[in-house]
Design a protein around this ligand. Sequence first.
Ligand code: PMV
Length: 330
Amino acid sequence: MGDFGAVDLLSFVTGSMPAISASAPGKIILFGEHAVVYGQPAIAVPVNQVKAKAIVIANPMASPGKIHVQAPAIELDSNLDELAKDHPIASAIYLTVQALKITRPPACTLRITSSIPVASGLGSGAAVTVAVIRALSTFIGKPISDEETNSIAFEVEKIYHGTPSGIDNTVVTYSRPVYFLRDQPIELLKVPHSFTIIIANTGITSPTRVTVGDVRQAWQSYPDRVEPIFSAIGKIVEQARRLIEHGEPYQIGPLMSEDHHLLQKLGVSSNELDQLVGSALEAGALGAKLSGGGRGGNIIALADPEHAPGLAEILRQSGAAQTIITTVST
Ligand code: PMV
């Protein structure tokens, strides 16, 4: 098992206190965002260059049931019972403890850190949840299976996203490329030939809940216009899947650009995203699109591995706040 998506089995010692840590990767959606909420397929892959990490440190001096939560990035430093019941981190803890059928977990401090940009389509919320479930359940001595981790994380995703499809929690939990269909068993995507993707962040945060809500409103108001867009996206996903699984990943470029065009029609792109997509294509990317909820967050671009660093540089010069070069492989 790699460093990501795994519990650190060599639980370490801080002073005299035993601690358990677990981490989970970020993710990007290659194809199918938004339409996936309405039953179309989507393809998502983990991004191992960024991760969320949870560390649980025993606190034997405190009474059982006391959990202290620290997440410095969001200035969180509170006892669990001081957090709102529907706070996503509190929910992850309560659902984990409930799944383990215990009433009072041993007292501990839960520390959360993450290098995944928030509200940017990189699955930061799902990764934090999965890391918390894994670290806490292992600390309690009853590690929770991937299947159950995934279903708890889905419940927490509802707090973040309103009506999530479940794709984020699935790809983050399994840490493998997935072909995803809502409410269907998980299908891992075969990637016989790895390929390179550049992720470029606009630096603009955009809550997925908002764009998902706007797409829902558009669909309710104009189903005749919006449903054909969902179906067209679904067809693109199927074509992309065939190419990737047949070992021709560098042929998916035009499909990415087509998908971006459809997402523009859904109203989830923005000037910044369109500009980065344009810059990527001008600089020789084989295809480019927004990834995730849209209106901010990231674009992704397909490039030969040898061209990727130069392309990433051009994207930064064109205004990207951050770029990541990632390799998609099974
Ligand atoms: O978390 P994001 O921004 O990558 O978006 C998730 C993808 C959507 O299709 C927009 C929503 C969903 O739940 O599938």
